[in-house]
Design a protein around this ligand. Structure first.
Ligand code: NAP
Length: 530
């Protein structure tokens, strides 16, 4: 009979987190296997192949910083990289560091059970098991698709596509398409679908704020300047609230206290730069409702000036605070509504009533379509972790442990789940930052913790329940000083029916990084090492 292979670390997921973990842990002499459902590396950039998929953090920043040669040799073609190029980059990283030999593709981790007697995780997959001392969930924050179960969806005679599982054979030329959703994904896809579809119905439940990305070929002068001091840029970025954007700076002034003409000039300047630089215009945007409204109103004025039909423009104007739901970046999103084949449908009332074989019914009106695109997002932050059947100490399942919302310490470790780490999970800044920066910080922290255990002849590390409870309180307290919890966002779990409403990411980068380092320096305060 085959014995279950014994390894030091099993990593779930071969996205950017899993790739860097494998590289780092291998360097420490730890036997590491990465298990990946997809057929290749890349994680979110492997799955999200919808038209227009592109990162909204600039390519020079949305890339690894851990290896100077890697960052010098790689050339990005555009200011914001498109999905195929980011996937190429992930493949390049995998090949350059010879990572593929320890990645099992086309394999899904179905569950893992902690065995206290041998202090190991028994990990089950659909292709055999492993016995691992440590498990790291590098499963991504926006990777478990959210697909609402609209009445009648099964009866639809046309094609239903989810943006996060986009097949390669889709051609929407001449189609009659309904896009459900107006988040970051939809906002990228809609202008491109509109160019080829016969008719496009955009089914909007909540209008979102979008700022022009101002994408284009990467300016060689910018690339050269960044590469002349890449380490400097990375260090300055790590002092920014989101771990990126230091090239355009963060204005410490208050929007409320600034003279109106000056305020508009600063907003206009940043609108022209494009991207998230816009939110750095004033320090109080996400803290003070009055400041937020001034900035939100600037965007609404831009929408009204862009969209010709006043009723459509009004419907596109969001009413919730700006950045409370994640702000979007676009290329020609609002302009798309000036096309005769694009129709905005308000589903904010009773929602999508039902799907028929030939279309979508909203408020009693049937819109005849042959393709439905669900740009309906993700069961964010907790979804991918909770879809794995994790069973910790004394038979405690993660679904029980997190039934009222995620409980963990530093967003990294869960009480009763010894030797298990969650990469960029809830309770850490994760989705409020440049994800690659947060991934690098967490990988380095986990690697250092494993070295500490080895150096101190310890085999088990586990967050205490008291420390985790205090951490959850801390996350809630910090969030309560901001406007983030004030609208129905996926940050709060509000987009998934039945999900507990808890603000999940921690607003507080880069202070969080210092906190993690302090915990390590203190000999892992809040953790039990044995
Ligand atoms: P999302 O922001 O959650 O947007 C989903 C959209 O679907 C929302 O407009 C939502 O409306 C709508 N929706 C969901 N369920 C619905 C229902 N039952 N009926 C009608 N409408 C429904 O998802 P996403 O656009 O995929 O983006 C998720 C996150 O991924 C982003 O915020 C961003 O962090 C990341 N992302 C990044 C990029 C990038 O880097 N450029 C691109 C794509 C995604 P409500 O707002 O009313 O819930």
């Amino acid at each position: 009979m085959d014995r279950t292979p014994e390894i030091d670390v099993l990593v779930v997921g071969a996205g950017f987190g899993g790739l860097f973990l494998l590289h780092r842990l291998r360097g420490l002499g730890l036997s590491t296997v990465v298990v990946e459902t997809g057929s290749d590396v890349g994680g979110t950039w492997y799955w999200n192949r919808y038209p227009g998929a592109r990162c909204d953090i600039e390519s020079l920043e949305y890339s690894f910083s851990f290896d100077e040669e890697l960052q010098q040799e790689w050339h990005w073609s555009e200011r914001y990289a498109a999905q195929p190029e980011i996937l190429d980059y992930a493949r390049h990283v995998a090949d350059r560091f010879d990572l593929r030999r320890d990645i099992r593709f086309d394999t899904r981790v179905t569950g893992a059970v902690w065995d206290d007697t041998v202090e190991r995780w028994q990990v089950a997959t659909d292709a055999g098991g492993w016995s691992a001392r440590f498990v790291v969930m590098a499963t991504g924050t926006l990777s478990a698709p959210n697909a609402p179960d609209f009445p009648g969806l099964d009866s639809f005679a046309g094609r239903v596509l989810h943006t996060a599982r986009w097949p390669d054979d889709v051609d929407l030329t001449g189609r009659r398409v309904a896009v459900v959703g107006t988040g970051s994904t939809a906002i990228q896809a809609i202008p491109l679908i509109a160019e080829v579809a016969d008719e496009l119905y955009v089914l909007q439940r909540t209008a979102t704020y979008s700022v022009p990305a101002r994408n284009g070929p990467l300016d060689p002068a910018v690339e050269a300047a960044v590469k002349a001091d890449y380490a400097g840029l990375r260090a300055r970025d790590r002092q920014m609230p989101g771990g990126f954007g230091s090239r355009f700076g963060w204005n410490d002034a208050s929007a409320v206290a600034t003279d109106p003409a000056e305020r508009d000039a600063e907003l206009e300047r940043r609108w022209r730069i494009g991207g998230f630089a816009f939110l750095g215009a004033f320090a109080d945007v996400i803290l003070d409702p009055a400041a937020n409204e001034l900035v939100a109103d600037f965007v609404r004025r831009k929408i009204r000036a862009t969209v010709h039909d006043p009723a459509t423009a009004e419907l596109l104007c969001p009413t919730q605070p700006i950045a409370c739901k994640r702000m979007c970046l676009d290329t020609g999103y609002y302009e798309t509504f000036n096309r005769p084949n694009v129709h905005l449908v308000d589903v904010s009332g009773a929602g999508i009533e039902r799907i028929t074989p030939g279309g979508v019914v909203v408020a009693g009106v049937e819109y005849a379509v042959d393709t439905i695109v669900l740009a309906t997002g993700f069961d964010a932050l907790t979804g991918a972790v909770m879809r794995v059947d994790l069973v910790g100490r004394d038979g405690r399942s993660i679904r029980d442990a997190w039934s009222a919302g995620p409980v963990n310490l530093l967003g990294l470790a869960v009480p009763d789940f010894p030797n298990l780490f969650v990469l960029t999970g809830p309770g850490s800044p994760s989705v409020l930052t440049n994800m690659i920066v947060s991934i690098e910080e967490h990988v380095e922290w986990i690697a250092e913790a494993l070295v500490h255990l080895r150096d101190h002849a310890c085999s088990v590390i586990e967050a205490t329940a008291e420390a985790a409870d205090a951490w959850v309180d801390h996350v809630n307290l910090v969030a309560s000083f901001t406007l983030y919890p004030s609208c129905n966002s996926w940050y709060l779990g509000a987009n998934v029916a039945g999900k507990p409403r808890v603000f999940m990411p921690l607003p507080g980068f880069p202070a969080y990084v210092e906190r993690c380092r302090d915990v390590a320096r203190s000999g892992y305060e809040g953790f039990r090492l044995s």
